[in-house]
Design a protein around this ligand. Structure first.
Ligand code: GDP
Ligand code: IMO
Ligand code: MG
Length: 428
């Protein structure tokens, strides 16, 4: 009964769909357990490119049952747009299951996300503006709206009114905005109820039964370790648990059921939005990684910040998530560099520090200590066996593996679905 968790080991956009694709038809269920449409997954299949936000990238694998579980925040309008776009391209989404306990993102969450960011000015987080933080805040404040509330108009109205009561004071008196009408929100949410009803399920029960029956369940994390609300670079984080533990609380399976935790790392590092990033590059090397790696956000189109590989972050991710295997993506992007620096430790106020420091202020001061590895010039996008990689590319992977806290079981060598070199099987 394999329950496999895939998580981002850096700041997101590591290419998490690559590992999903690798598991392919061996998966029975694929579960999105955290986040919402702040996520952006680009998956390339043949000459077709798909951009997914709310649906897990495993939805593109034939025969898989896709699940949006309780830990997700759902913008229902976005969900239906995404479903329609996939159906128009011939993807079967008829088996999609949506948790009755997932929370919704609605108009006032999106509005609050934007106005609070504006209010923060220079101190802003650089959120995706999709209402993620305000929806999770309502969940924790116990004034959230859940999917199941759409099927009881009375309850829905009471809940929306209660939530808006506070928010309209805030919007009008603090942010100088118009009040939002509860009736409009209720009407909008109810308009989706009939279409949504057949998809809604007790997903926790279904997933536990599937595991009991020996099915293979893949939990696909959105965002990443360094964006996790508990373990990331708070406050420059998202508002959910995007680490492996989130797969348990966010779906209703016991933590002991998880058999494998696959951490996805890029062969370098990127970050979107504000916050510390020790290996960030501001020179032509950074531009090289951005243009060669096509580092522009799938969700917002923003240019991603780029930097060299950071081994203390990989070790931190290995520890926080219990990573059993890393999948390293985008090794091909490094092709053509004479030398490749890797951050092996930090200099923090004159002291060599081997691990990610617990103090955020220290992390802001961390200066990377680099070791340099020789590069390679050969095109590696067609390589499918580790032994066929150029000697320096093999040496780079092995050196990075040694200091990253877990083995590197597969290596991405191009954007295509099959552009991967496998060293160890990810299920058995
Ligand atoms: P996610 O958020 O982790 O799902 O990743 P994104 O989709 O936001 O960003 C990853 C990007 O890298 C996508 O455009 C992928 O097509 C691309 N990608 C994934 N693996 C590789 C790889 O090994 N090499 C190259 N060149 N591109 C890759
Ligand atoms: P995937 O799944 C990269 C970042 C935002 C911002 C912070 C908070 O594609 O890896 P939010 O809208 O979540 O409140 O924004 O988190 N962020 C991401 N960065 N990849 C993502 O998802 C992200 N989802 C959120 O840029 O800094
Ligand atoms: Mg992404």
């Amino acid at each position: 009964m394999p329950a496999i968790v895939i998580i981002g080991a850096q700041w997101g956009d590591e290419g998490k769909g690559k590992a999903t694709d690798l598991l392919g038809s061996r998966i029975d269920y694929v579960v999105k357990f955290n986040g919402g449409n702040n996520a952006g997954h680009t998956v390339v299949i043949g000459n077709q490119k798909y951009a997914l936000h709310l649906l897990p990238s495993g939805i593109l694998t034939d025969g898989v049952i896709p699940v949006i579980s309780n830990g997700v925040v759902i913008d229902i309008e976005v969900l239906f747009h995404e479903i329609e776009a996939l159906v128009a391209r011939g993807v079967d989404v008829s088996k999609l299951r949506v948790s009755a306990n997932a929370h919704v993102i609605t108009h006032y969450h999106r509005t609050l996300d934007k106005v609070t960011e504006r209010f923060l000015g220079k101190k802003q987080i650089g959120t995706t503006g999709r209402g993620i933080g305000p929806s999770y805040a309502d969940k924790i404040n116990r004034v959230g709206i859940r999917i199941q509330d759409l099927f009881d108009e009375n309850i829905l109205r009471q809940k929306v009114e209660a939530a808006l009561d506070q928010k309209n004071h805030l919007l009008v008196k603090v942010y100088n905005r118009r009040a939002i009408s509860a009736d409009e929100i209720v009407e909008n949410l109810l308009s989706y109820a009939d279409r949504l009803r057949p998809m809604v399920a007790d997903t926790g029960l279904e997933l536990n039964r599937a595991l009991d029956e020996g099915k293979t369940v893949l939990f696909e994390g959105g965002q990443a370790t360094m964006l996790d609300v508990d373990h990331g670079t708070y406050p420059f984080v998202t508002s959910s648990n995007s680490t492996a533990g989130g797969a348990s609380t966010g779906s209703g399976i016991g933590p002991g059921r998880i058999t494998r935790v696959i951490g996805i790392v890029k062969a370098y590092t990127t970050r979107v939005g504000a916050g510390p990033f020790p290996t960030e590059l501001f020179d032509e090397s950074g531009e090289f990684l951005r243009s060669k790696g096509f580092e522009f956000g799938t969700t917002t189109g923003r240019p991603r910040r780029t930097g060299w590989y950071d081994a203390p972050i990989a070790r931190y991710s290995a520890r926080i998530n219990g990573v059993t295997d890393f999948v390293m993506t985008k090794l091909d992007v490094l092709t053509g560099l004479t030398t490749i620096p890797v951050c092996v430790a930090y200099d923090i106020d004159g002291v060599r520090v081997e691990e990610v420091p617990v103090s955020q202020s220290d992390f802001h001061h961390a200066i990377p200590i680099y070791e340099e590895f020789p590069g390679w010039a050969e095109d590696i996008t067609g390589v499918r066996k580790f032994a066929d990689l150029p000697a320096n590319a093999q040496a780079y992977v092995l050196a990075v593996e040694k200091i990253s806290g877990s083995r590197i079981s597969a290596i991405g060598v191009g954007p295509g679905r099959d552009a991967i070199v496998v060293r160890h099987d990810l299920i058995d």
